[in-house]
Ligand binder design. Structure first.
Ligand SMILES: O=C(O)[C@H](O)[C@@H](O)[C@H](O)[C@H](O)COP(=O)(O)O
Ligand code: SF4
Length: 607
């Protein structure tokens, strides 16, 4: 039985989305008609498509076999995506095992936010999501496929792949992850060394040693950031083979789960006996499940931006009010770094996603009746894969968490409500990830110190100018200003100030990393400063009040004075590191609450 509060939000979304969802379902029905796109290709089109397909050529040419389109985000920059290097060749073998074929439809770019964190490249990060969606569409536009294998894990890549693939929602799809790297230096120890470095107490050599011990091999970084939040979301949306999220790369079990995904794609493909188009899998209930999973596990704040964008690609409209109402109904049941000490490997060992899904389903907090890629309902996905000799078998979810410091039942949570709050007031609307902040720090009222750039904050910190109770405001960081970068480099210095006993908070129209935590922050503040959002009127010394309890974000300046305030001058447009190429995306971007996307904004009214 679905919790009435969950059902109420779902009904609200269904009602609001009716016109756009209807148009979307018509689109995928039309694309499905006529037996799919490959039938519409000319002989010349087809010949180009199978010319280099080697031993698969007869099957592809004959048209009798399901052809799986692989969209891969492989590159060596992301430790999480490096394992994909050999996937396509193995997937072709596994497709043949079930009388199907597979071809790489196309590659998509993938940015490692860890490599670009604090660098100019981070200003391309949010827009790389839409670039990935566009690249996914380019690969799939060849029309040679009856299903889609989407290879991507990290921050903007899963959202981008899904947005692009949803525009081909008449095709079934399975997200195929590669898994987290084994645990290295504990994330809290990594953070401790960073703070020592920020205070000048250790040098670069010690810092690099700690970083290299933390990020030490192939696989996803082990903190619960946006990448691992993606994995959680794909599980609660039923878009993975069950339990695929957190199996380490390079293991026989990982291989067999991937092999099963390829076999499954042949079964649920356009010509299979069990047709499950992506556009029907991603419905309002699946989107609500993604929100619930995010809140229950204390996932990345970036999904307050990506889930609305993914939803829009399927004709579904959600807003931060929906997320806030769900947050009031969904307990926090997982504490994974930065919301706790353990990492995703420890989380997996404590019961992982099978336990999370089982306890949330038991509490009526997840919709069980969704179309998933592998089961008859979501509960069929609350299971753990295991090898029985060579065979892949599934065990039921554990009846209780195996480590209650990391994982709790929904009936005895860490916090009664979810880890993410909507904060709003005369400074706009923003996101506050309370799950990563000690409750004693959920309310702060202090003088503002206003910056237009995170490096200025670091310089002021080094000069000792922030050693007091302070609300650090970093503005002109919104999508239209500079692409809405993550300002995660501010976590160590603000953490140092907080550890010294000062009351500290960050307010920004920018983003933070999913790995950010500890310091109270109101992020994604909309409307952004560029173009006249209230942040543009703030001055040093203004008293700013942020409260996670009441969900408020205000400046305490008399209304009559506030009315006389001029906007601060707009910083120069970004230039260099290719940022000028993305000016069109900045100019057309809509609000963070709607996904921060010029691409989706331009679809408005058309799709
Ligand atoms: O949203 C996220 O999860 C982050 O973007 C993450 O992908 C990014 O790589 C962090 O910056 C890594 O953390 P460190 O920068 O602390 O290594
Ligand atoms: S989790 Fe972040 S830092 Fe790690 S590989 Fe993915 S994008 Fe890069």
């Amino acid at each position: 039985m679905t919790d009435p509060r969950i059902a109420e939000v779902t009904a609200r979304i269904v009602e609001r989305s009716r016109p756009t969802r209807t148009r979307y379902l018509d689109l995928i029905e039309r694309a499905r008609a006529g037996g799919g796109e490959r039938n519409r290709l000319s002989c010349g089109n087809l010949a180009h498509g199978f010319a280099a397909s080697g031993e698969d050529k007869p099957a592809i040419r004959g048209g009798g076999a399901m052809n799986i389109g692989i969209v891969t985000a492989y590159n060596d920059m992301l430790s999480a995506h490096q394992p994909y290097a050999g996937y396509p060749d193995r997937m072709k073998l596994w497709a043949r095992e079930v009388g199907a074929t597979a071809q790489v439809a196309g590659g998509v770019p993938a940015m490692c936010d860890g490599v670009t964190q604090g660098q100019p490249g981070m200003e391309l990060s949010l827009f790389s999501r839409d670039t990935i969606a566009l690249s996914t569409a380019i690969g799939l536009s060849h029309g040679m496929f009856e299903s889609m294998a989407l290879l991507g894990i990290c921050d903007k890549i899963v959202p981008g792949l899904l947005i692009g693939a949803l525009r081909f929602g008449h095709l079934p799809a399975i997200l195929i992850p590669a898994g987290p790297m084994p645990s290295g230096l504990a994330n809290k120890e990594k953070q401790r060394v960073r703070q020592l470095y920020a205070e000048g107490k250790v040098g670069r050599a010690e810092l690099l040693e700690a970083e290299a011990a933390s990020y030490h091999g192939a696989g996803t970084c082990t903190f619960y950031g946006t990448a691992n939040s993606n994995q959680m979301m794909m599980e609660v949306m039923g878009l993975h083979m069950p339990g695929a999220a957190f199996l380490n790369p390079g293991t026989k079990l990982r291989q067999e789960v991937t092999r099963a995904a390829v076999h499954r794609l042949a079964a649920i493909g356009g010509d299979g006996g069990d047709y499950r188009p992506l556009g029907l899998c991603v419905d309002e209930k699946a989107i609500v499940n993604a929100c619930v999973g995010l809140l229950a596990t204390g996932g990345s704040t970036n999904h307050a931006i990506h889930i609305p964008a993914i939803a829009r690609a399927a004709g579904i409209v959600i807003d931060w009010e929906d997320l806030d109402r769900l947050s009031g109904a969904v307990p926090l049941i997982a504490r994974v770094y930065p919301n706790g000490s353990g990492d995703v490997n420890h989380f997996q060992a404590a019961g992982g996603m099978s336990y999370v899904m089982a306890t949330l389903l038991d509490a009526g907090l997840l919709h069980d009746d969704i179309l998933t890629v592998a089961g008859s309902c979501l509960r069929d996905h609350a299971a753990d894969p295991r090898l029985d000799e060579e065979a892949l078998v599934y065990d039921p979810a554990p009846p209780a968490p195996l480590d209650e410091t990391m994982l709790r039942p929904a009936t005895n949570p860490f916090l009664p409500d979810g880890g993410m709050r909507l904060v709003q007031g005369n400074l706009g609307r923003g996101t506050f990830k309370t799950s990563a902040v000690d409750p004693s720090r959920w309310t702060i009222e202090a003088p503002a110190r206003v910056f237009a750039d995170q490096d200025e904050v670091l310089a002021a910190f080094k000069a000792g100018e922030l050693a007091r109770d302070v609300v650090v405001v970093v503005r002109f960081q919104g999508p239209r200003a500079n692409g809405m970068p993550e300002l995660h480099k501010l976590t160590p210095p603000l953490g140092v100030l907080q550890d010294k006993g000062y009351r500290v908070a960050l307010v920004t129209d920018g983003r933070m990393s999913g790995a950010s935590g500890k310091v109270p922050a109101a992020i994604h503040v909309s409307p952004e400063a560029l173009g006249g959002g209230p942040l543009a009127k703030l001055r040093d010394g203004d008293i700013v009040r942020l409260c996670g309890e009441t969900g408020s974000l205000d400046v305490l300046v008399p209304a009559e004075e506030w009315a006389t305030r001029e906007d601060a001058p707009t910083p120069p447009a970004p230039l260099g590191t290719g940022r000028e190429l993305f000016a069109f995306m900045r100019h057309g971007a809509d609000t963070a609450e709607r996904g921060g996307s010029a691409m989706l904004a331009a679809m408005e009214g058309v799709a």
